[in-house]
Design a protein around this ligand. Structure first.
Ligand code: G6P
Length: 500
């Protein structure tokens, strides 16, 4: 029929993410162009995009600018436009002022504003329509992350023929915290529009299942959620203004009758890194030389502690600095013998909590350096910049101890990159148990970053491990990261989606 023929020209595989797979760059002669984003997600999906006639739908990062679709390095890119107000309400507001802190254990206070929610719905609808327009009949559409949680159901309403996957890159909060969200029902229903909903950790998948069971009452068997069809047709997500009045729903105790439900699976798929690429860089003589140069520039200390984070309050940067400062005060570490490098990449600078955090960190760094620096050596070398991956790998090679002290983190890929780069088997990873990575990297020195004494003890222990112990741990960590790369993550997810 005409209806069926309508979508035959589209793409078989569509990725939908808040950010497009490219960043705008300005070349030295002043002209602008695009460069493929260095992140793991793009790296993992780019080969699938080029081999399977795929398209990527996302925001190109500027406000009030609409761009025509364009191609870049074999990828078909479909930019979604956001107005300046939408950047403020949908991106800085609901995504990063409401959902981000709520989903990270309310480390910062989430703000609930109805006009932010309205913009979130509106923008999610725009992404769903953009995806619906480019997907071929029966295509696979993979929606990414917390900025787009309504897209799966909105897309299903528009295009019941496509297969829909969703992956949440950040934690999913315990049901008691999620319950604070005034629009919790809509968010759950938005996600349940997907055939497969992926999470970083088992506990994230369980948190979601429990929220669905308690609040919507749906029947759940192992990872399968039985979504009643009547809920979908009675109240399509578009045009939804408020959540249904009910607070909790009676639990369905047995599987509903055939033909009255659709199944959605909620399951853990821990993401990883492009391990081969990191190993290749770690073997590059230029990068090895650069690592030696970094050590020399820091005055050849015996031990370098390294932190690499987006400047975000979830990362526990202050806890790390507090521990380090106390160790210097107590004389357990000495400037000259020890130094700390903290890379803090600029992030979400329009959001107030991020501005405040930056002020606090920079005040702390100034205080610590003012007290402990010598003419020749610094206590903390703090860099508020983005660096290319080559420089990051040189830093990983230069650092004896990697500090990952996040208070909550979906995965933490920096931990995995450090491990991948340490091909000679040396180096110590101090890792917060509140990261997704801690579920897999069991041979790290696992710590609770809230426990400053424990963190201090681990920082000291890290520089005193005997070589055998250090190598044994690193070898085991590397086995994990080498056998589970991001390509495998994408394959596992897409294979499961295909089976459903
Ligand atoms: C996290 C999120 C991503 C996000 C990234 C950078 O990793 O899971 O969705 O893209 O942070 O944040 P930004 O707000 O700059 O996109």
């Amino acid at each position: 029929t005409a209806e069926q023929g309508q979508y035959q020209t589209g793409y078989e595989f569509v990725v939908v993410a808040n950010r497009l797979a490219v960043n705008r760059i300005t070349t030295p002669d002043g002209s602008t162009g695009w460069q493929r984003s260095p992140g793991g997600l793009v790296t993992a999906l780019a080969p699938i995009m080029t081999s399977s006639e795929g398209a990527w739908v996302g925001w190109h990062g500027a406000a009030d600018e609409s761009l025509e679709p364009f191609d870049h390095e074999g990828m078909h890119l479909h930019p979604v436009a956001l107005s300046e107000q939408e950047v403020e309400y949908y991106y800085e507001g609901f995504s990063n002022g409401t959902l981000w802190p709520l989903y990270h254990d309310v480390i910062a206070r989430p703000l609930f504003h109805r006009h932010w929610w309205d913009a979130y719905r509106r923008v999610n609808q725009r992404f769903a329509e953009a995806a619906g327009k480019v997907a071929a009949q029966g295509a696979t559409v993979w929606v990414q992350d917390y900025q787009l949680q309504l897209v799966p159901q909105m897309l299903r309403d528009l295009r019941p023929d496509v297969k829909i996957g969703f992956f949440n890159h950040i934690p999913f909060p315990p049901p008691g915290l999620f319950a604070q969200l005034p629009w919790r029902h809509s968010v759950m229903r938005g996600l349940l529009g997907a055939d497969l909903i992926g999470f970083q950790r088992e506990s994230d998948a369980r948190n979601f299942q429990r929220a669905v069971r308690d609040r919507l009452g749906y029947y759940i068997k192992s990872e399968q959620i039985y979504v009643p069809l009547e809920d979908e047709t009675a109240a399509p997500l578009e045009g939804f203004t408020a959540d249904p009045a009910r607070g909790t729903a009676p639990r369905q105790l047995s599987a509903p009758e055939d033909g009255t439900f659709r199944r959605s699976e909620a399951k853990a798929f821990p993401i990883s890194i492009d391990t081969d690429r990191i190993v290749e860089l770690a073997n590059d003589p230029k990068i090895i030389a650069r690592a030696a140069q970094i050590r020399a520039e820091l005055g050849n200390p015996e031990h370098i502690y390294l932190g690499v984070d987006r400047l975000d309050y979830t990362k526990g940067i202050r806890h790390r600095m507090k521990a380090y400062e106390e160790l210097l005060q107590e004389g357990k570490l000495q400037v000259g013998t020890h130094t700390m490098v903290q890379i803090a990449s600029p992030s979400r600078e329009g959001v107030e909590s991020y501005q405040r955090l930056r002020d606090e960190i920079e005040l702390t760094v100034g205080r610590i350096n003012g007290e402990f620096d010598t003419m020749g050596h610094t206590a903390i070398r703090y860099l508020h910049h983005n660096y290319p991956i080559e420089e990051m790998v040189a830093l990983y090679l230069a650092a004896d101890v990697m500090l990952v002290t996040a208070l909550r983190d979906g995965m933490n890929l920096v931990a995995k990159e450090y491990v991948a780069a340490r091909k000679d088997g040396t180096g110590v990873l101090v890792l917060s148990e509140f990261t997704g990575a801690a579920d897999q990297l069991r041979q790290a020195l696992l710590i609770n970053p809230h426990d400053i004494d424990e963190l201090k003890a681990a920082m000291v222990q890290a520089t005193h491990l005997d070589r055998d112990n250090e190598r044994k741990r690193m070898r085991s960590l590397r086995r994990q990261v080498v056998s589970h790369n991001v390509q495998r993550w994408a394959e596992d997810f897409l294979r499961r989606l295909d089976q459903l």
